[in-house]
Design a protein around this ligand. Structure first.
Ligand code: GLP
Length: 248
């Protein structure tokens, strides 16, 4: 894993945006894997700014998002589809039909998971996957204990994840209890991975990622088995020493 150290959230977002813009310019038909949450918001803002200023073209880009809440349709303001439209897709000239996110309101969620996995494969797989990390080491919504050979599947969200994401909802009770997520093996099939980590709340997770072994109780640790991972981490995320008990 290649680590790029930066000062703060803004510097992380800038570095990540330059990284992504370069890739899109080099490979206009790129398949990008995208993440939600607070971490990539700065990156998306800068991609939009670049599109306005420099007209980087997304007209041939295809995107696959990591995950979606079960029970929320794409029109729901807390759905990840809504988030992506608002933060990125509505502003960069991408064709909406080329932006894929699992449908959390599908009648048959199991079928939706299988179709999503197939779709990624049919489109040639993900070239560059952007990831954030949960403080418990989750990637996508793959909570601790998820099998490394998992494909797109339905998950029960950990209480800590629901709590962390409650800030985006009116009340904590509104946070869905289930989600669809790309599996760990889906993520690992990406040709390249860019992991963004910012802030003190992620410092234990980053420390554990860098210093512990690979085990399913800490999902992000699987990234050590991937041949091409770049981490962009800020000082606050890199500062703190490990306080969690290691299991690996
Ligand atoms: C969320 C998302 C993940 C994200 C992580 C961290 O629940 N499902 O894809 O990377 O948790 O979120 P944040 O960036 O808000 O800290």
């Amino acid at each position: 894993m290649n680590i790029i150290e930066v000062k703060d959230y803004q510097a992380m977002s800038e570095k990540a945006s330059l990284y992504v813009i370069d890739k899109v310019r080099e490979a206009p038909f790129i398949n990008l894997g995208l993440a939600t949450g607070g971490t990539p918001i700065g990156l998306y803002k800068l991609l939009v700014e670049d599109y306005r200023k420099n007209h980087t073209s997304y007209k041939n880009v295809t995107t696959f998002n990591l995950d979606e809440y079960v029970g929320l349709s794409g029109n729901h303001p807390n759905s990840y589809r809504y988030f992506m439209n608002e933060k990125l897709f509505n502003h960069i000239g991408i064709k909406k039909i080329n932006t894929f996110i699992p449908n959390g309101a599908a009648d048959d969620i199991l079928n939706e998971c299988n179709m999503y996995e197939q779709l990624i494969n049919q489109k040639g797989g993900i070239d560059l996957q952007i990831l954030g990390i949960g403080s418990n080491g989750h990637i996508g919504f793959n909570e601790p204990g998820t099998k490394f050979d998992s494909r797109t599947h339905i998950v029960d969200l950990a209480p800590s994840t629901r709590e962390a994401n409650a800030r985006f909802f009116n009340t904590p009770n509104e946070v869905p209890t289930k989600a669809i997520t790309m599996g760990i093996s889906t993520i690992m099939k990406s040709k390249e991975i860019l992991l963004l980590i910012s802030g003190e709340s992620k410092s234990d997770a980053l420390h554990r990622l860098l210093h512990d072994g690979v085990c399913e109780s800490f999902p992000a640790s699987v990234l050590k088995n991937h041949p091409k991972v770049t981490i962009i981490a800020d000082e606050a995320a890199l500062r703190k020493k490990l306080t969690l008990t290691s299991c690996c």
